[in-house]
Design a protein around this ligand. Structure first.
Ligand SMILES: [Zn+2]
Length: 80
């Protein structure tokens, strides 16, 4: 489940993630005691997806409630 951010997020996924971040669609970020992050990202059309993200030094494992499921653009938005 762990991937390297720049190598394994497809470039369009990273770009869309940055676009989400720039548009202010990142709703919430909450660090948990075990070192993971819990986040929420809106899709800009009234739906909000939840992410649970584990960050290593340059590794990332992200689970999302959207149809993609993990390491999607919502996780990328959290990680930029
Ligand atoms: Zn997602």
């Amino acid at each position: 489940m762990y991937i390297r951010l720049s190598e394994h997020f497809a470039t369009p996924t990273l770009q869309r993630g940055r676009d989400y971040a720039n548009r202010g669609l990142v709703v919430d970020l909450e660090p948990l005691e075990d070192g993971t992050l819990r986040g929420r990202v809106s899709n800009g059309r009234g739906k909000t997806y939840r992410q649970q993200i584990t960050l290593g030094r340059d590794l990332i494992g992200g689970i999302c409630s959207c149809p993609v499921g993990h390491n999607c653009k919502h996780v990328a938005a959290r990680s930029c």
